[in-house]
Ligand binder design. Structure first.
Ligand code: GUN
Ligand code: ZN
Length: 438
């Protein structure tokens, strides 16, 4: 890959968001579409945008006729689970025991953890995702590997060692004191370094003792800049189990609320089986839910109610949840999200969907000064996409009427094969021509 010029000008059809598009709004003022424009990038940051070609002091990259989007932000993905993607025949709790925990055991080996982290981040980049909130495993070395590999790629990455001190194989269990030591050490070494941030990572309520949840809450209370990531209310058997394990809690979400784990930097995956009181608690806390549609369908978990989330007023981002999810492709997940909403008689616009995968996710993480859009001064994390690949998509693209129809069709029939290039902070990190399949 070529070294990055200080002044880079990128030509293409630029699409990003300046605010939250209204639900079901096809013609939204929050959509910023600048066809055949030049995006100016200086020292890795967005420096301008103009219809005319810039002067010769700029290195030009001409992607005329291609779609340029901010890099996607995957707010919930499991690094070690790439190995168990598409595992047959189970719901959540069986799936964890049968496929997931055995795969995670292998990450005790530093070489496996390092190789897995590199493979996961490269795969994200090759699907158009430039930032992610990632679950590694319980092993400290798995979080270290992700941080180090992300730093090498200049990526925005949020992760933290998984906390699990019960209801898991012995090889995947920690204890409160050791886990706290590991968290503090990782926070000191990585949190706030370059584009890295630490997330206190509670796997889910059943795999932590009350003592461990209290320790996690104390870490969050001690430093409001820390993220928190976990799962909540994904599957009915899981919800029932949590009610047995925590009989005093009003709800599954309340297990986390009582420990101080809900705050503006918290990302909770799924949130399918919430009630109105939970939704209000979420909205008041500033936490966001990561909607993981391909996982929810694949594991038969349920249908997330996005309209209720909007009405309650908490942020929703979109995520792959690989390996429960079946693809790292954000478009594939967004199309599944459309189908989930359709099952409830709702219609997810391309705008609401793509906003959740870019600006919406960035705002939910408090990172809108850095990622998620093409505003001046933000880091130039962007992806170049073919509008259409193959005869079916091309024929459809030729017949579209209006911008929403075009972008919706793109979202629905495109995937990682449409990706031409991914840049992180203006540096090329993936280019299709370097990856022609043998
Ligand atoms: N709940 C607890 N752990 C997991 C996991 O690894 N994947 C999913 N989808 N749900 C979980
Ligand atoms: Zn998950």
């Amino acid at each position: 890959m070529n070294p990055t010029p200080e002044k880079l000008a990128l030509r293409g059809d630029l699409l990003d968001f300046t605010g939250l598009p209204g639900w079901a709004e096809l013609d939204s003022p929050a959509v910023r579409y600048r066809p055949d424009h030049w995006l100016l990038i200086e020292n890795g940051r967005i420096a301008g945008c103009q219809p005319e070609a810039p002067d010769a002091s700029w290195t030009r990259q001409d992607h005329a006729g291609k779609l340029i989007l901010p890099g996607f932000i995957d707010t919930h993905v499991h690094c070690p689970q790439l190995d168990v993607i598409a595992s047959y025949g189970t719901e959540l709790l069986d799936w964890l025991n049968t496929y997931t925990f055995p795969a995670e055991c292998r990450y005790a080996d530093p070489a496996v953890a390092r190789h897995g982290a590199a493979r996961c981040l490269d795969a994200l980049l090759a699907h158009g995702t430039t930032s992610a909130v990632v679950f590694p495993t319980v092993h400290k070395v798995s979080a270290e590997a992700l941080f180090e590999e992300a730093a090498q790629r200049g990526m925005r990455l949020i992760t933290g060692k998984v906390l699990m001190d019960r209801h898991a194989p012995e090889a995947l269990r920690d204890d409160v004191a050791g886990a706290e030591r590991d968290c503090i050490d990782l926070i000191q070494r990585f949190h706030g370094r370059e584009r890295l941030a630490y997330a206190v990572t509670v796997r889910f309520a059943p795999t932590s003792t009350p003592g461990q949840l209290a320790m996690a809450g104390a870490l969050c209370r001690a430093d409001a800049s820390l993220y928190m990531q976990t799962h909540v209310a994904e599957n009915r058997s899981e919800v029932e189990w949590v009610s047995q394990l925590f009989p005093d809690a009003r709800s599954y979400l309340d297990v986390y609320a009582r420990e101080g784990l809900l705050h503006p930097k918290a990302v909770l995956a799924h949130g399918i089986w919430l009630d109105a009181a939970d939704r209000k608690v979420l909205a008041d806390s500033g936490a966001q839910v990561a909607f993981c549609p391909s996982s929810n369908l694949f594991l038969g978990s349920g249908l997330f109610d996005w309209v209720a989330a909007r009405e309650a007023g908490f942020a929703v981002s979109t995520a792959s949840d690989v390996g429960g999810g079946t693809s790292l492709s954000m478009q594939r997940n967004l199309l599944d999200g459309y189908k989930v909403q359709a099952m409830a008689g709702q219609r997810l616009t391309a705008w609401a969907a793509l906003h959740a995968a870019t600006l919406g996710a960035a705002q939910g993480l408090g990172l809108q000064q850095e990622i998620g859009h093409f505003g001046l001064g933000t880091l130039a994390d962007f992806c170049v996409w073919d509008w259409a690949c193959g005869p079916v998509a091309r024929a459809r693209d030729e017949r579209v009427k209006g911008l929403h129809e075009r972008v919706f069709a793109w979202m629905s029939v495109s995937d990682e094969r449409n990706l031409v290039a991914s840049d992180v902070a203006g540096r090329p990190r993936y280019h299709r021509s370097d990856h022609i399949a043998p």
